[in-house]
Design a protein around this ligand. Structure first.
Ligand SMILES: Cc1cc2nc3c(=O)[nH]c(=O)nc-3n(C[C@H](O)[C@H](O)[C@H](O)COP(=O)(O)OP(=O)(O)OC[C@H]3O[C@@H](n4cnc5c(N)ncnc54)[C@H](O)[C@@H]3O)c2cc1C
Length: 440
């Protein structure tokens, strides 16, 4: 464990949340985590293990002791018979992806970046789109955590199954995860097809596209009819037969157009909001159709260098397109000028009590603004539409919901609270955000 440092400023990726913990620890072993938790409990203080701070909410904000994940990283075990891989919980997802690639293995699905830690990503219900499992937590086969009383608990479908069921999306409220075990599959190749589409065509063909492709991701450019649609299909191409974009093409699309030019357009849009609709039309047109194939994780993950603030909600799949139309109606009727595309994804149901896809097919709508832009009118203006549709906010993204109004959209909310009382009776892992979304 490194020497505790006092008064260090902690800030999340989007810059929306800052905290000055009283001390910072970087534990390198399970026993160091146990010691820190026991000490905090004795002193009546709190401990917060953070990931890489990619959550937009204050869910990872420390109040007393901040624990950093850097020394709880690396692969622990590969079980080729069970097709599982166990890694320390602080391992960045991108490192797991590379290690799995070297082993000829892969996760089934993931979100659109891989900077996060494994524990941070699973704890907030991080998801991609489509696939056998959209959420990373639904791909877990086991976990190990240090509870609020300093006990080390291993959990899987066979061992402490009640803990496993709930702690997969634990919000950092049930314990400090020290390792996680993922179900994996042989490394596979995805064929990617990205194409600009008009609003009507995209909406009308959405069900068909999601039935035909394993992973569909759509981006709508507000104030325009422009959509960018990504349809990714798993192929039976052998590894080595994939045809990734040339380095120049990848740099052009992913770095220059999607990051550098987009970032510059956002800055212009911030200074001259009236230009935003025109800028969005240009941005929508700048992205061109392309097809390529590549290893799954390289298709799922894209560089995101323009910093932003985000709100994302999951609504029942069957009302998703109507909710999207209603959001468009509200945006069109407003005087907001939204430079960032709205992202649209889907997920299969899972059985994790606080997963946003718990027990229902889900349709995700994600809204963004540049990091230095006030989001309150835009997000606040759409939140009632999403709430009305039975929406569940992403645990790591901006929202204003509280325990009282989250409980009705999660049939097993009470099971989570009971598990919290059992595993963290003294609230060693509490912070202001958890008090808001779970209660005291
Ligand atoms: C650019 C960007 C792109 C994103 N893309 C997606 C996406 O495609 N899909 C999606 O669903 N989300 C996405 N997110 C959200 C992101 O995946 C989540 O917010 C995730 O929680 C971030 O992981 P982290 O490692 O930064 O964790 P943090 O934000 O640091 O922490 C999140 C939570 O995990 C807890 N935690 C961290 N480590 C541990 C541990 N060892 N034990 C117990 N609890 C722990 C923290 O206490 C906190 O409660 C994106 C965010 C950004 C900024």
């Amino acid at each position: 464990m490194t020497t505790p440092t006092d008064g260090t400023l902690w800030r999340n990726w989007s810059g929306l949340v800052e905290a000055r913990p009283q001390q910072v620890l970087t534990p390198s072993s399970v026993s160091a985590v146990v010691d820190a938790v026991r000490r905090a409990r004795e002193q009546g203080t709190t401990v917060k293990m953070t990931g890489t701070g990619h959550s937009f909410t204050a869910i990872a904000a420390p109040e007393h002791t901040l624990m950093r994940p850097e020394q709880l990283s690396g692969i622990l075990e590969v079980d080729r018979e069970a097709m599982t891989v166990t890694a320390r919980a602080g391992t960045p997802l991108k490192e797991l992806n590379l290690a799995l690639e070297r082993l000829g293995l892969s996760l089934h699905n993931m979100g659109d970046i891989a900077e996060q830690t494994l524990a941070g990503a699973t704890s907030t219900g991080t998801h991609g789109t489509g696939g056998v499992a959209a959420g990373l937590a639904a791909q877990l086969a086991g976990l190990e955590l240090v509870t609020g009383t300093g006990e080390v608990v291993r959990a899987s479908a066979r061992e402490n199954a009640d803990v496993f069921e709930v702690a997969r999306v634990g919000l950092g409220a049930l314990g400090v995860l020290t390792s996680v075990t993922f179900h994996v599959e042989p490394l596979f190749v995805i064929e990617a097809h990205e194409q600009p589409m008009g609003w009507d065509e995209a909406i009308d063909s959405y069900d068909e596209m999601t039935a035909a492709s394993h992973h569909v991701d759509m981006y709508w450019f507000p104030h325009t009819d422009a959509m960018m649609v990504k349809q990714n299909v798993r192929t039976d191409l052998e590894v080595g037969e994939q045809e990734p974009p040339s380095r120049l093409a990848a740099w052009w699309e992913d770095e220059l157009v999607s990051n550098t030019v987009f970032g510059a357009l956002c800055r212009v849009g911030s200074r001259a909001p009236d230009l935003v609709p025109r800028i969005n039309r240009i941005a929508g047109r700048a992205l061109s159709e392309r097809r390529y194939s590549d290893l799954a994780h390289r298709v799922f993950v894209t560089p995101r260098r323009v910093r932003f603030r985000e709100m994302e909600y999951a609504v029942p799949r069957e009302v998703g397109l109507d909710v999207l139309r209603e959001c468009r109606r509200v945006i069109d009727a407003s005087d907001w000028r939204i430079a960032f595309p709205v992202e649209i994804r889907t997920a299969r149901p899972d059985d994790i009590p606080l997963s946003t896809a718990s027990g229902r097919e889900s349709f995700y709508l994600a809204f963004h603004v540049p990091m230095d832009t006030d989001h309150t009118a835009y997000f606040g203006g759409l939140e009632p539409v999403l709430r009305e549709a039975g929406g569940r906010p992403h645990w790591g993204k901006v929202h204003t919901r509280t325990a009282a109004d989250l409980a009705p959209v999660y049939p097993r909310f009470g099971d989570f609270l009971a598990m919290r009382d059992r595993l963290d009776p003294d609230r060693v892992f509490a912070n202001a955000h958890l008090r808001q979304v779970l209660g005291d």
